[in-house]
Design a binder for this molecule. Structure first.
Ligand code: HAM
Length: 417
């Protein structure tokens, strides 16, 4: 028997209803807030990710599915969507007609991480990206949208962490201070951090290895090193979140695992997923469009981890199963053909209909109708058909009424109203 690849999973009926529900709520919010859907390929040139996410990040160093295609070009299964959205924004000059563009995209991402609860090698993200707005107000609005999506889905155990990573003007001072601290605790750092901390000291703040986490508890806070513009930017976000009544925590170690961020970073974290606490993350990436060869346009966005979000929404609290309204139980060959015609017509009217086409006894058909949670059953034997009526049984009240075959669909519609 061929089994799934480790770290990959099937999302089966019973789960897909919740996934669809989450996607529906997110899409409603996006469209209300003026976002347009963009659909992008899963494969991109590897260089796109190295240049955007950063060559010294965990994602690019060790988690990407990269392979040469037949002509030798290095291709990568996208580990995230932001780089691809930026690539498309530049390639198609999506800024040409409007200096502000807002996009959303939903789809699979691939990272070869060690699989565990809430961490998969193929996982799904719901992304939102905004181009052309430098104002921190839009960052606050993105956090507001995220928090609205979570509250519409009934997710309670979630906290918003925010931080600022400064800009190319003020970050070097912070890096210097951080490097001084790292030099004094180098004996406590893990091998990854030791190897790359000189090139990319911020990564140490993000390291999940417990000894590193302990060692950096004394690290300086980047918000103490912000230049006046970055400080204003951050203060405006905090004040706007206060106005919007969104509680948040300033988290000095929230540096995120991708190198493109400037100023704002944020994460929605939960206590219900063990080690994989981030259900969504995002931030501002003002330099990325230019760095990838486009115009100097500011940008900001977020991604929700769909797998993690689905896991924290309790399945019982959402009865999303779509039970049939009508179960047709034909008895005899003639009535089967007629039943199929009715099922098709009822379907056209938007009535959820299930039809039995196997040779089962009435008793066994009723059992199945019950199991599926059908609200009404149409019992149609060849005899009844000859007499011009069938029986409609209300599965709740057990009441049975005859329905004329003539105009059957209209009659059923009337009863279901
Ligand atoms: P990220 O923090 O790497 O950010 O991923 C966003 C979310 O995807 C995480 O918070 C998590 O819920 C989910 N996620 C990440 N890796 C996995 C995994 N292996 N298994 C399951 N879920 C996972 C980004 O990807 C940025 N592109 C977000 C962004 C958009 N920033 C600006 N715009």
């Amino acid at each position: 028997m061929i089994q799934l690849i480790r770290g990959f999973k099937d999302i089966l009926p019973g789960e897909t209803e919740l996934w669809q529900h989450i996607e529906k709520i997110a899409k409603e919010i996006f469209e209300t807030f003026g976002f347009q859907e963009i659909r992008l390929p899963v494969l991109e040139r590897s260089e796109l990710f190295a240049r955007s996410i950063g060559a010294d990040t965990d994602i690019v160093e060790k988690e990407m599915y990269t392979f040469p295609d037949r002509k030798g070009d290095l291709l990568t299964m996208r580990p995230e969507a932001t780089a691809s959205v930026v690539r498309a924004y530049i390639q198609h000059k999506l800024y040409a007609n409007d200096s502000v563009r807002k996009f959303y995209t939903i789809g699979p991402m691939f990272r070869r991480e060690r699989p565990q609860k809430g961490r998969y090698r193929q996982f799904y993200q719901i992304n939102a990206e905004v181009f052309g707005i430098a104002s921190p107000l839009i960052d606050a609005q993105l956090i507001f949208m995220l928090s609205t999506i979570f509250s519409k889905l009934g997710v309670a155990d979630i906290a918003t962490h925010i931080n600022s990573l400064g800009c190319p003007v003020c970050r070097p001072d912070f890096k210097k201070a951080l490097l001084t601290l790292l030099a004094s605790i180098s004996d406590k750092l893990c091998s990854d951090c030791l190897r790359r901390h000189k090139k990319n000291p911020l990564r140490v703040l993000d390291c999940k290895v417990p000894s590193c986490k302990d060692a950096i508890s004394e690290a300086p806070a980047i918000i103490d090193y912000l230049c006046p513009e970055c400080k204003d930017h951050f203060n405006t976000i905090k004040a706007t979140l206060d106005t919007l009544a969104i509680p948040y925590l300033v988290d000095k170690n929230l540096v995120r695992g991708l190198d493109y961020y400037t100023r704002t970073t944020f994460e929605m974290q939960t206590g219900s997923l063990g080690a994989q606490s981030a259900v969504a993350g995002g931030g501002r990436y003002d330099g990325l469009v230019k760095a990838l060869g486009g115009p100097d346009h500011p940008a900001t966005g977020f991604a929700i981890g769909l797998d993690r979000l689905a896991e924290i929404i309790s399945a019982e609290s959402n009865d999303l199963s779509r039970k049939p309204e009508i179960f047709i139980a034909p008895l005899g060959n003639q009535s089967k053909t007629k039943a199929l015609e009715w099922a098709c017509l009822l379907g056209l009217e938007g009535i959820r209909t299930e039809l039995n086409l196997t040779d089962r006894s009435l008793k066994s058909q009723m059992k199945r109708a019950n199991k599926l949670g059908a609200t009404h059953v149409i019992i149609a034997g060849d005899n009844e058909l000859e007499q011009g009526s069938v029986i409609m049984r209300n599965m709740l009240t057990k009441e049975q009424v005859p329905i004329p075959v003539q105009g059957l669909v209209a009659n059923i519609k009337q009863i279901l109203k």
